[in-house]
Design a protein around this ligand. Structure first.
Ligand code: XMP
Length: 512
């Protein structure tokens, strides 16, 4: 059986990062709200529990409380920041507002190398982010590390396997942070490093086969990494009983339709239903300027076309969706804290309920990097595995203002040139996204002694971990020069290229 580490979320911005770090060490991890019941914990049978940090003070009215029962289950516990303060307060120690907030890198001195800091150096850099601190230890607890500002940077009650750290071992700025988590997992919780995606694939294939039997599964394929990997996995399980629907909404990138058909129909031999609905989408987008209205029209039309196509498939009982773990976690409205933001599903939202189909979501507990690894194991082509994210409403939200055939031609032509240069210059993998935006304004230029009056293309390139925040990509000047020259020389209708240098927030990645 795969060992599991349970992470209880007290509202930290780093909760998902803790879960990913544990999985990097090949131990399966799950996140539950800090209000989880003891019976649910018993059902999950975790080998260890990690309490996340949180934005509260343990003395604040309404602050989330750690249940005594959880700590008394006899399962090893590691509290991080707020998690540690909760353990200390609950066990009879004293936590108080610090006279000085400690934020950022802090040299830390290890006082005890037995378990949590086994093989760690005597001094290391830790990443702190707290206002409160522990003033007095509960009975039986030992100090394991300190900093100049914080007498109890790490504490423990080794005989009960209860530990707490004031700093954040999950962030890269903590030197050897992964080693500390590894010590907790393997020395303290005695986990086996047995979380393997190869096994996960085999297990999912078995489960899908057993669940679906001879019925059919419908899957919306977009060519993006999630839906592509999902389709290949399900295809491996049930072959041609998987019916993929791929819709050309008229606002895809150049070459996308041909490529998707080639990869999935020819290479993977899937039953791919291709629907060319470009003219319907473009007709409905005619004259529409408002970005939200464009999104609404594309969303509704997509559902309509998808439903029509799905109706042609007899005995379809299931709909496969590429829901990922962050979507699941972020849609649980359990607490008023920062992790309780509710994210609606963009692309095929609303479909299962309307179509009375049962859902299959094999990636519900996976992070994006794990889906990419599965894609690799399943033999998907490199261009799909590392493809930049592409929004459901496609190029329609990259043409500011009205979408017309001419504007689409200009944007598609510019975008493919940009992508080729970014790939050739080996910048593609460094960037989260890079694309062109067509601005609905014309400017004066001169070409071959003639006055021109043509469109402006904006280059948007960003670096990001997850698309939630982003910085503008620092593309070298000579590459920017090459991009500008190539687009202006090769794309009829463009005489000016500009660069977007806004971060998110306050801007967003897409322009609309
Ligand atoms: P923003 O523009 O909000 O985008 O900073 C964040 C990330 O989400 C992508 N995006 C979408 N993806 N359907 C999608 O599947 C959408 O409607 C959509 N809108 C934005 C965007 O490309 C970026 O990666």
């Amino acid at each position: 059986m795969t060992d599991t580490i349970l992470i209880l979320d007290f509202g930290s911005q780093y909760t998902q990062l803790i879960a990913r770090r544990v999985r990097e060490l090949k131990v399966f991890s799950l996140i539950e709200p800090c209000t989880v019941s003891v019976s649910r914990i018993k059902q999950l049978k975790p080998k260890g529990i990690i309490l996340s940090g949180g934005p509260y003070s343990v003395y604040e009215k309404g602050a989330p409380k750690l249940s005594k029962e959880i700590v008394r289950l006899g399962i090893p516990v590691l509290g991080i920041c707020y998690g540690m303060q909760s353990i200390v307060k609950m066990s009879g120690g004293r936590v108080q507002e610090a006279s000085r907030r400690e934020y950022g890198r802090a040299p830390m001195y290890i006082d005890n190398h037995d378990d949590l800091f086994f093989t760690m150096p005597a001094k290391m850099i830790s990443w702190m982010s707290h206002a409160d601190k522990v003033l007095e230890l509960p009975k039986g607890f030992k100090r394991l590390a300190h900093t100049v500002n914080t007498a109890y940077a790490a504490v423990g009650l080794p005989k009960k396997k209860i530990y707490g750290v004031q700093f954040h071992p999950e962030v890269v700025h903590t030197e050897g942070g992964l080693q500390i988590i590894s010590n907790f997992l393997f020395r303290i919780c005695e986990c086996f490093a047995n979380w393997q995606l190869e096994d996960y694939i085999t297990q999912q294939i078995g489960e899908i086969r057993a669940q679906v039997k001879k019925k059919k599964v419908i899957c919306g394929l977009s060519g993006g990494v999630d839906s592509s990997t999902l389709s290949v996995l399900i295809h491996k399980a049930i072959g041609r009983n998987l019916k993929c629907i791929f819709i050309d909404n008229g606002v895809l990138r150049r070459g996308e339709v041909k490529n998707v058909i080639k990869v999935f129909r020819k290479n993977f031999k899937m039953d791919l239903h291709f629907v060319d609905a470009a003219s319907l989408f473009l007709k409905r987008l005619k004259g529409v300027i408002d970005p939200e209205e464009k999104r609404r029209i594309i969303g509704h039309t997509f559902i309509e076309v998808f439903e029509q196509e799905a109706k042609k498939i007899t005995h379809a009982e299931y709909l496969a969706q590429g829901t990922l773990y962050p979507d699941v976690i972020e849609s649980i409205p359990f607490f008023g804290g920062p992790t309780s933001k509710i994210k609606s599903h963009h692309n095929v939202g609303g479909l299962p309920a309307r179509m009375h189909l049962k859902l299959i979501e094999p990636f519900r507990t996976l992070f994006k990097d794990e889906v990419r690894e599965i894609a690799k194991l399943l033999g998907l082509p490199e261009e799909i595995i590392h493809r930049h994210p592409f929004p459901g409403p496609g190029l329609a939200v990259r043409i500011v203002g009205e979408v017309t055939k001419e504007r689409l031609r200009i944007l598609q032509a510019s975008d493919i040139l940009l992508e080729n240069i970014i790939r050739n210059r080996k910048l593609y993998r460094e960037l989260w996204q890079s694309f062109c935006v067509l601005l609905p304004l014309k400017s004066v230029g001169v070409m071959g002694d003639k006055r021109t009056y043509e469109f402006v293309i904006a280059i948007r390139a960003v670096t990001s971990m997850d698309g939630m925040t982003a910085d503008w990509g620092k593309i070298p000047y000579e590459v920017l020069g090459e991009i500008s020259n190539t687009i202006i020389n090769r794309v009829r209708g463009v005489n000016r290229v500009v660069l977007d240098i806004s971060s998110k927030p306050p801007a967003t990645i897409e322009w609309e």
